[in-house]
Design a protein around this ligand. Structure first.
Ligand code: NAP
Length: 295
């Protein structure tokens, strides 16, 4: 069997089409556009590339978008003051501070400073807590993208055995928490694995849906996957350069071998990646819609 390839590219395009329509509707009915500010500190090349992608997509979708480029040595006080200005700016519905931040700035303090109603990354502890009790305002973008990818690819989540490899606050824990909620598109039995897991393969082999966010190239080999499983590869590992000078990427799953065993699998690139930015846009659109209800 060769697995169906789940194209994040295609699903993301479909969702972006829906977002574009809603943006036009908001503009004509209320005269507002979803507003997104992206704040970057320093010039870390990976961060610059992520932020550029987010700004480009926001513009393509008709958002009002602003980019704040802060110097590497900005003080924490100045960064918090900048965030506060956007917390109070009614034209901005979403605030994204690109992580990681330089060592002299405590990331938790910065995440706390963002108004939870504008926290479109979904990383504010209030939003993490709301997600846990099933009352999320925003879902973190990558987990949200994974769930939508499964739903829109007609993969049965309810009642299935989901195994998540990785327990980070941005991917592993929130996706596990989302998929175990008593809700549509969730209601799965979820196991979380990490480096303290004694026999990783004994867990991964039970999975109907295997979600891998370990950041380790080819950590999941074919013998660790059940016949017919759905495999979502979140990992993005840089493993060299292409002749054109672009970064060569691979996921956390041994794609060529596992695709012969799985029923469906996401590629890297072109799987979860395109969904992440799209869900950021959806979160910002939803924040703008929610702001109307508050007026
Ligand atoms: P992270 O913070 O480094 O967390 C990795 C997790 O995987 C940790 O919980 C770690 O366990 C666990 N782990 C690592 N090696 C393992 C192994 N051999 N067996 C079992 N568990 C293992 O990473 P992250 O931020 O969640 O990101 C994970 C990957 O996804 C990275 O490659 C990242 O680039 C990618 N990513 C992609 C997107 C996207 O949009 N496509 C978005 C976010 C992240 P411990 O907790 O025990 O250390």
């Amino acid at each position: 069997m060769s697995a169906r390839i789940i194209s994040g590219q295609e699903v993301a395009l479909q969702i972006r089409g829906e977002i574009r329509q809603e943006v036009e509707g908001l503009k004509s009915a209320y005269g507002i556009s979803p507003g997104l500010v992206t704040i970057i500190v320093g010039r870390n090349p990976a961060s610059v590339s992520y932020v550029t992608g987010k700004q480009k997509t926001a513009k393509e979708l008709g958002f009002y978008s602003v980019q704040e480029d802060c110097p590497e040595d900005i003080s924490k006080a100045d960064l918090l003051a900048l965030i506060d200005r956007y917390n109070k700016n009614p034209d901005i519905h979403g605030i994204l501070v690109q992580l990681p931040l330089p060592g002299h700035i405590n990331e938790t303090d910065v995440l706390y400073a963002i108004d939870p109603d504008k926290d479109v990354d979904g990383f504010h502890p209030v939003n993490m807590g709301r997600l846990m009790i099933g009352e999320a305002l925003f879902y973190p973008c990558t987990p949200y993208g994974i769930q939508q990818l499964l739903i829109r690819s007609n993969i049965e989540i309810e009642g299935s055995e989901v195994v998540v490899v990785g327990r980070s606050n941005i991917v592993g824990k929130p996706v596990a928490m989302m998929l175990c909620q008593k809700a549509k598109g969730a209601n799965a039995t979820v196991t979380i694995c990490h480096t303290g897991t004694r026999d990783l393969a004994s867990h991964t082999r039970r999975a109907d849906i295997l979600i891998v966010a370990a950041g380790r190239p080819k950590a999941i080999t074919a013998d660790m996957v059940k016949e017919g499983a759905v495999v979502i590869d979140v990992g993005v590992n840089r493993i060299g350069m292409t002749p054109e000078g672009k970064a060569k990427l691979c996921g956390d799953v041994d794609f060529d071998a596992v695709r012969e065993k799985a029923s469906a699998i996401t590629p890297v690139p072109g799987g979860v990646g395109p969904m992440t930015i799209t869900m950021l846009m959806l979160n910002t659109l939803n924040a703008a819609k929610r702001s109307l209800k508050c007026q």
